[in-house]
Write a protein that binds this ligand. Structure first.
Ligand code: ZN
Length: 316
């Protein structure tokens, strides 16, 4: 067993190598005894100088303490710098986000303004349409949106206005569609072109013998065989000879309207046929009670004679 005494010549508590000294090619060792920390240089070669520095405990502690405080300050400083930098980055990003949001908001506002102007422009058009078609839109369009002005409306108002416009357009469309059917049914074209020899009302008996008779239609003189056309859309309810009318075609146009075409030389349709305005029904003739080739044309509303001229364009 080795004796421990020879390794403790200076009553040393702690000893540890600190650093390698390149110049003297030795090792600095820190030793501690009751009074001092001792820094000793152990050199491996004989001609190296043996060096030693005594540092009192107090000085060592103060130095260590100061070093500790310095280190803490340094760490705190570094932490503050990092924290500040990250805060600065956050701030810059928030600023950019904010600017982007503001820009987007401006764009939305602009789009909204444009939409408002466009919607507002539709109002008078729709109102005119409503007036001309006799529709009273149930929703009050004008109330929902004005024609611009400084007051800005939000998206809700615009949506309301758009719905009102849509509803108005729908109503008008329905009425127009219904009117369209009615319009195509109404006998509004000349069934044949020619001279009008008699109108509706009292006239002297064309067969002579004196006296007046009530003529229920329009007599249009035309050469034998001239094509006769349907005045409007409808269904053929009579097609054949009928007393004084001679060869007669009667069309039911709906809406209580019927038209009659008399004295025809030829009939090209049969009962039940759907006819459209302008379709050929037959040809002018002089069958029945007639003095010469002509078309006897009648328009009846709920079977009461009306003047066909009310339905016909002024020029043939
Ligand atoms: Zn007649």
């Amino acid at each position: 067993m080795y004796s421990c005494v020879q390794y403790k010549p200076m009553n040393v508590d702690v000893g540890f190598p600190l650093f390698w000294d390149k110049q003297s090619r030795g090792v600095f060792i820190m030793l501690k005894d009751k009074r001092y920390y001792t820094l000793m240089l152990f050199a491996p070669t004989a001609n190296s100088q043996f060096r030693k520095y005594n540092i009192p405990h107090k000085v060592m502690y103060i130095t260590m303490g100061l070093a500790g405080i310095g280190l803490l300050t340094l760490l705190f400083g570094a932490y503050s710098v990092v924290r500040y930098a990250s805060l600065a980055i956050d701030y810059q990003m928030a600023k950019m986000d904010n600017r982007k949001l503001r820009q987007e908001n401006d764009e939305v506002q602009k789009a909204q303004d444009k939409l408002q102007v466009r919607l507002a422009a539709q109002e008078p058009i729709l109102q005119k349409l409503a007036e001309s078609t006799g529709v009273k839109p149930s929703s009050d369009i004008g109330k929902n949106i004005g024609s611009g002005g400084p007051e800005t409306r939000d998206m809700k108002d615009l949506e309301k206005a758009a719905s009102a416009l849509e509803a108005g357009v729908r109503e008008i469309k329905e009425v127009v569609a219904a009117n369209q059917i009615k319009l195509s049914a109404i006998p509004s074209i000349w069934p044949v072109r020619g001279y009008i020899t008699s109108g509706v009302g009292d006239r002297s008996n064309p067969f002579g013998g004196g006296g007046n008779e009530n003529h229920p239609g329009l007599d249009i003189a035309a050469t034998h065989g001239t094509s006769i056309e349907a005045g409007g859309d409808g269904i053929v309810i009579t097609a054949g000879p009928q007393g004084g009318y001679g060869n007669l075609v009667v069309i039911d146009h709906g809406y209580g309207i019927t038209t009659r075409y008399g004295h025809m030389s030829r009939i090209d349709v049969k009962v039940g046929d759907h006819v459209h305005r302008g379709m050929q029904l037959g040809a002018v003739g002089s069958t029945g009670r007639s003095t010469g080739p002509h078309l006897h044309y009648e328009v009846r509303l709920y079977d009461r004679v009306v003047d066909p001229m009310n339905y016909l364009p002024k020029d043939q």
